[in-house]
Design a protein around this ligand. Structure first.
Ligand code: ZN
Length: 435
């Protein structure tokens, strides 16, 4: 059996560890390329080994091109009296991410064309990007924007767009088989905690704990890369070997107080879909929903030319909470408790994948004698318990068609009992796992 599960107290501690990691990554100004991503990976790399691949700007990846590398050292707006009213150093969301450099004086009317606010949440700063369109801009609170006096403003964005590279990072934890479980988390958002520092922290802890596990069936591949262009680039580089991916999960937004939400793969009935449906709905009071071609990097993995069995696990999905892509997605918005709960669900799902499988009853003609093999320790006449029921169900259903999860659902028994019954039957020589 896989031992990569922990007690609730241990998961609570891991939730606090994830929260502390988020706090460490929060101040960094990330983008789809550049130093912010690399500095973030340095933090993850203190816990897990990462292999980095730098892809040069200008490299074509499917229908896209690796963009120039963006760096920024300062950005501010001075009002007509010379007061600095917006400063990138105070919050990196103040600058539209990927802004081209600008240094100019302009009247308020012209400046307003470059300002972004959230009228419905007048104290929050929005998160805006201009990745694939040359532009510049500032984000500020509505309250601050409303108070701007007329006059000429001095604006400065000291940024640079130059040939460089896009960084992909991977951690591979080998298992007994070369078949892989892919875990993907995007790492391009600046100071936003739920989207997606929560998943970066949790994927790192999953990899770290996975490496310590004594029993590993699948090889697990953790990929940390920018959203959209990162998964597109990864798929371009790995096109020849995506056939090894048996199951996959995109992790995002796993730290908010909402319930877990699993989004099924495009296939809809892949094993990852059945496993996550089961874990999220029966053990975490969450919900599942069908695939849609909008969201995070599952869009690329589930594009028709790949159609990989890759689902997505979040708590509240993107765009369904007011704090999404705003300065309110901060350290108050995520909780150690939610992180702990998310980690427990991820680990349960991945452990289930590792033990789930189709088995063959090696003594299929009539029931084999279970008592002498220590599998049916009952005084005659007593009703069997869950374990004994699970042994009977596994033997009866293991004709090579049903996997253990299907058997547990048919038998209405918890998966862990069915899995331990299967392990006992394998030990007794009555059952064999099919490849
Ligand atoms: Zn996002």
């Amino acid at each position: 059996m896989n031992t990569a599960t922990a007690s609730l107290a241990e998961y609570a501690e891991l939730g606090r560890t994830a929260y502390a990691m988020i706090g460490e990554m929060y101040p960094i100004c990330r983008s789809i390329t550049g130093k912010g991503v690399r500095d973030t990976l340095d933090i993850l790399q203190r816990r897990i080994p990462l292999t980095r691949t730098e892809i040069a700007s200008g490299t074509p990846v499917f229908d896209w091109t690796i963009p120039l590398e963006w760096s920024i050292s300062a950005a501010y707006i001075n009002d007509p009296a010379g007061n600095r009213i917006v400063d990138f150093r105070e919050h990196n969301l103040h600058v539209v991410n990927y802004s081209v450099p600008v240094r100019a004086r302009m009247p308020l009317g012209e400046l307003r064309l470059h300002l972004h606010t959230l009228p419905a949440h007048p104290d929050w700063i929005p998160y805006r990007t201009t990745y694939y369109r040359e532009a510049w801009g500032f984000c500020m609170t509505q309250r601050q924007c409303d108070a701007l006096p007329d006059g000429d403003y001095e604006v400065c964005i000291d940024s640079r767009l130059a040939p460089g590279s896009l960084t992909l990072a991977e951690c591979v934890v080998p298992g007994a088989v070369a078949d892989e479980v892919l875990i993907y988390a995007h790492d391009c958002h600046p100071s936003l905690c739920n989207d997606n520092l929560a998943a970066l922290a949790l994927a790192t802890l999953l990899a770290q704990r996975r490496a310590l596990s004594t029993s590993r069936h699948y090889t697990w591949r953790f990929v940390f890369a920018p959203a959209t262009i990162g998964s597109i680039a990864w798929l371009q580089l790995n096109e020849a070997r995506v056939g090894l991916i048996r199951h996959g999960l995109v992790l995002a937004s796993l730290g908010d107080r909402g319930a877990l939400t699993y989004k099924r793969s495009r296939r809809g009935n892949a094993e990852i879909d059945r496993v996550c449906d089961y874990i999220v709905t029966t053990r975490h009071a969450g919900s599942s929903e069908d695939f849609s071609p909008y969201g995070y990097d599952e869009r690329q993995f589930c594009s028709p030319g790949f159609n990989l069995p890759v689902g997505r696990l979040t708590r509240t999905p993107n765009g369904r909470y007011a704090e999404y892509h705003t300065s309110a997605d901060n350290l108050d918005f995520v909780t150690a408790h939610a992180l702990s709960d998310s980690l427990r669900a991820c680990e349960a799902a991945l452990t289930l994948l590792d033990t789930n499988g189709r088995y063959l009853n090696l003594s299929p003609r009539c029931e084999p004698r279970l008592g002498p093999r220590g599998l049916f320790n009952l005084v005659g006449g007593h009703s069997p318990g869950d374990f004994e029921h699970a042994v009977l169900w596994v033997l009866n259903q293991s004709d090579g068609e049903s996997d253990l999860l299907a058997i547990s659902q048919k038998a209405r028994l918890d998966y862990s009992i069915v899995a331990s019954a299967a392990a006992a039957l394998v030990n007794a020589g009555l059952l064999r796992r099919l490849p």
